[in-house]
Design a protein. Structure first.
Length: 365
């Protein structure tokens, strides 16, 4: 039963990762704006929360396996007659603990808060996440040491009891006191040896991967930032992203105002971020100039209606002192006064598509 629970956690984790990466790829390839990159917290937790639940579940499943093996080794005769009840009890404890840890982690979330990136850690839960990581590390260490000890003990016990000449003088007193068939007990001891031989490599792989992930995170953050707390580092990055996007996507700011506020934002970032922002700003200005030049040239090959519409809206979308709302207010009457086919024709020009898209498409959908 514990193995089935472990399989469920593996499937949930795989499904969560698939959905998360599929959403990101969809946004990257098909979204016309970056608005789709925003997630409300409850939306994010629909997939990230399930993945987190599954990761916690895998660690607890490993610990449940370890407890089950300990019971089988310590209570050899009794376990043989109560393995089903033991499995049910451990399974109930397993799921209860995983659900409790998940509630403990996400119980204080701001469900409608926006996230610039869909991650599992937020300002509200970073202490809980850190505690769960530490607790998981302790569980993994216990499982590694415990499984190695069990493996060694079970194989020594198996050699002792599985002798071809059944010499009772070599058996412990507890073995001699049982009135049950020694043959049945021998099978249980052999099963313990076989099972620990299977669970040991699984425990080692799972624990080394989990511990390696935690250690690698701390090493990377120690190398790239003075703040070695991985959760604080993430929260700082999240706040920074939200501040940047709040400026970039604000329709009540003009282009010049956005550039001014973005520059103020960049001034508070690292030297590397400031250099990247300057390069981005130069690239954007150069790209816009190039697109306008290409548009002026390409529009001459379009219909007279499209040329006339382009001439009407160009002074509006190239006025960088107008806010996004003001631009749309002035552009929409011109777009609505012509046939939709003319608008679609004009949208074949990249610069016109940028100008029309955030006004016309949003207004008509």
């Amino acid at each position: 039963m514990i193995a089935k629970s472990g399989a469920v956690f593996v499937i949930l984790n795989s499904l969560s990762m698939f959905v998360v990466h599929s959403v990101h790829q969809y946004i990257y390839h098909f979204q016309n704006t970056e608005c789709g990159a925003f997630f409300l917290r409850w939306q994010c937790l629909l997939v990230r929360g399930i993945g987190y639940f599954a990761i916690v579940g895998l660690n607890h499943t490993q610990f449940a396996f370890f407890i089950e093996r300990c019971l089988a080794v310590i209570f050899v005769r009794k376990y043989e007659h109560s393995s089903s009840r033991t499995g049910v009890a451990l399974n109930v404890a397993l799921w209860s603990s995983v659900i409790s840890v998940t509630i403990y982690t996400f119980g204080k979330e701001k469900w409608t808060a926006p996230n610039a990136y869909c991650g599992g850690t937020t300002e509200e839960n970073f202490i809980q996440v850190r505690n769960v990581l530490y607790f998981g590390a302790v569980l993994n260490v216990i499982c590694v040491v415990g499984n190695i000890t069990l493996y060694s003990y079970c194989h020594k016990q198996n050699k002792l009891y599985q002798t071809s000449s059944f010499d009772l003088k070599r058996k412990p007193a507890a073995f001699l006191q049982t009135k049950h068939s020694t043959l049945s007990m021998k099978f249980q001891i052999r099963e313990n040896a076989t099972t620990t031989g299977i669970t040991l490599p699984l425990a080692l792989v799972n624990s080394l991967c989990a511990l390696g992930y935690i250690v690698a995170n701390y090493i990377c953050r120690y190398m790239f930032t003075v703040d070695t707390n991985p959760v604080n580092f993430y929260v700082a990055a999240e706040v920074s992203q939200l501040a940047y996007k709040a400026i970039e996507l604000n329709p009540n700011l003009s282009w010049n105002q956005k550039m001014s506020q973005m520059q103020q934002w960049a001034n508070g970032q690292s030297a590397e971020t400031q250099a990247g922002f300057s390069a981005w700003q130069q690239n954007v200005n150069s790209t816009i100039t190039s697109l306008i030049t290409q548009g002026d040239s390409a529009v001459t090959s379009l219909s007279s209606g499209a040329q006339s519409l382009y001439a009407q809206i160009k002074p509006i979308f190239t006025n960088y002192d107008l806010t996004g709302v003001d631009q749309c207010t002035q552009i929409l009457p011109d777009l609505n006064s012509v046939d939709k086919s003319v608008v679609n024709e004009l949208k074949t020009l990249p610069i016109a598509r940028l100008a029309i898209g955030h006004c016309y498409d949003n207004h008509h959908h």
